[in-house]
Design a protein around this ligand. Sequence first.
Ligand SMILES: [Zn+2]
Length: 435
Amino acid sequence: MSRVPDSFQALPLEFEAAGQTNEERQNRLATVIEAPGFNSLCMMLVDLVVRRADVGVFDFTAQGVNIRYQIDGLWHPMAVMDLESGEMMLAALKHIAGMNYEERKARQDGSFKLLYNSVKYKFRVVSQGVAAGERVGVYVDFKRPPRETVEDLGMRSSMKPQLGALLEADHGLMLSAAMPGEGYTTLWRAMLNACDRFTRDFYVVEEKSRVEPEVINVTSVTYDEKLGQHPFSDMRGLLLREPQVVAFAEIPNAAVLNAILDLAENEKLMTFSRLHGKNAVDALLRLLAMKPDLPKLAAQLSGILSMRIVRKLCQSCRVGFTPDPRLLQSLGIPPGRIRLLYKAHIYQPGQLDPKGQEIPPCPTCMGTGFVGRIGLFELLKIADPVRKAIASGKNLQALPQLIADSGHISMRDEAILLVALGVTSLEEVQRVLNK
Ligand SMILES: [Zn+2]
């Protein structure tokens, strides 16, 4: 780690450049500090950290550098940087990350560390030539604590025992459902973590090349697609180990789904699996579209836990407003229950206060209006009328209505609850649930 020159003492920055030895790192840093793009590099890195951006993407084109940041899972366009300053910054960035700054086409990967305000951040840099010029991604590792449990993800406390009752059943099939890239793996792990893995023998069956980080007290059993194997290739071997719970990381087709249902029924085993779905009802319809054995599915399916992810309103700058009674009615909120709803404060650069001073962005959220994210959970317990409808296989398109009539709390209802609590805004849940 070396201090930056006097001109930058205002920013408490210490760099650790890429390199195998201390000498190499020091030499590299000494060169970068002298580079014309060093100041703009410092500004850019601090900007990424202060805005809590997990990724910054810099597109170098003939017209300039287009910049966007990913903050709380959402892309935000930033001001365009002129090409000359951008090129100088990029040369300094590539050099400190141990990359060849003259190479503009081939894919390169590098990293370095930065200590800022007593916190050490690791940056990973990836560059690649593209049709319009060059694309550079800067990834910031904030070392955020992993979200391993449904509580970490924000499940409301009254849902937890209902989930527990479904997970602890002695046999059946329980599913998790989320969208790819939106907590699909996180939800699966959290569901497995919510099970009692200490009193029951717990196995997860997964494809060899797609093994995921282990969950404590769950034994991984793999199959190899390259050898023509499938999840049931060595079920006899697994059953000799007398499992009580078998989780299947994926359901590739109806044959595997039917085999899982047979396993639950014949061996009296609790089984778990997961699939894609915008909500629990959507996941159920996707499951039915696989055309499984419907009476078996109806007999074994116990429930579906689904999750979407919404951004949380910045508590420092959220704006309260008195909702129109018709709005409350349309949301199904009884009159008189809620006095205030909240929305995000939209920062507009260049806006002046009454004294003619420019209004700065909120220092907590840097003007995005949101800080952090929370899981929006929906728990579908398969009720008897729904079970009968699935078993009959008739009029399956009426299932969503039947589920709604059974008193099920939908994803939308769960979202409105979070809006009513001021955790998130109507616009945010609409953005997520409508995509
Ligand atoms: Zn704010």
